[in-house]
Design a protein around this ligand. Structure first.
Ligand code: HEC
Length: 255
């Protein structure tokens, strides 16, 4: 005789007293369509999941996703653009009814209604019908959402200035003729110390962007302007003429 026969030891209430064999219920109406959830079904699911996971991993390593650059606050030439899957929201903000004073409409209200309706769909449309043709309201709204998303994304792509975007962040080397007589005078005089060896600017502003005429440059070189001291130029009138001409021409050529 066993000890404790006819007696149940109660410990953890989650553990059944009688162990049931791991056999699926009898769904004889669905022949061949049933198996034990644990471990048979789950193991298969996990295996398929692992194949996809490793597949995606290999794909992202081989082809890094073609996303936009990271926004960089120190680079003023870079205009951040949302990645392709958010372009439709970005495009929405370009329309008058969703921009300016109405930004809230484009950022919160319209997307809120669309995504809110999607979330509430099971409660808003609880009918048992599954065929799209039998659910005209839900089908029409879904099609409307789909078409507007595709349309807005498309509009955003075709209206974006891709050529300009490609040039963003490129360092444009200014055309400065360093062999010219004018440049020799520019370098000889003090100008180069404040306006840079390619007229790009330094402690003084870039002269490439200057709108000054030759005459006013001659005047500035001698008399100074604002934060620029007078008598920066110390040379002959002929040299002054050549220097001013060189700066004016170079500036014009680079604008
Ligand atoms: C000590 C530094 C310094 C030197 C040297 C200097 N500049 Fe300047 N320059 C400046 C500054 C600063 C300004 C901006 C003045 C302002 O607008 O307040 C300026 C402005 C100018 C401008 C006007 C730019 C514009 O479009 O408004 C010209 C032209 C110019 N400089 C030419 C020259 C020439 C030519 C020389 C050499 C003979 C020279 N500078 C030497 C500091 C300098």
């Amino acid at each position: 005789m066993h000890r404790g026969k006819g007696m149940k030891f109660v410990g953890d209430s989650r553990i059944p007293a009688q162990r049931k064999p791991n056999i699926p219920k009898d769904y004889s109406e669905y022949p061949g369509k049933t198996e034990a959830f644990w471990p048979n079904f789950l193991l298969k699911e996990w295996m398929v999941g692992a194949v996809f996971l490793i597949g995606y991993l290999a794909l992202t390593i081989a082809h890094p996703s073609p996303l936009e650059r990271v926004a960089d606050p120190t680079d003023a030439t870079y205009t951040p653009l949302p990645d392709w899957y958010f372009l439709f929201l970005y495009q929405l903000l370009k329309y008058k009814f969703a921009a300016g004073d109405y930004t809230l409409v484009g950022t919160v209200i319209m997307p809120g209604i669309a995504f809110g309706a999607l979330l509430l769909a099971p409660w808003l449309d609880p009918g048992p019908e599954r065929r799209p043709a039998k659910r005209p309201v839900a089908t029409a709204l879904m099609l409307l959402g789909l078409i507007s998303t595709v349309y807005l994304t498309w509009e955003s792509v075709v209206t974006h200035d891709w050529e300009k975007a490609a040039k963003q962040g490129e360092i444009v080397e200014a055309e400065v003729d360093k062999e010219s007589e004018g440049y020799a005078i520019y370098a000889e005089q003090s100008c180069i110390g404040c306006h840079g060896d390619s007229l790009q600017g330094g402690s003084g502003p870039s002269l490439l962007e200057s709108q000054q005429t030759k005459e006013s440059i001659m005047d500035i070189a001698v008399n100074g302007i604002g934060g620029m001291p007078a008598n920066a130029f110390k040379g002959s009138d002929e040299e002054l003429d050549k220097l001013a001409e060189f700066i004016a021409e170079t500036a014009k050529a680079n604008q």
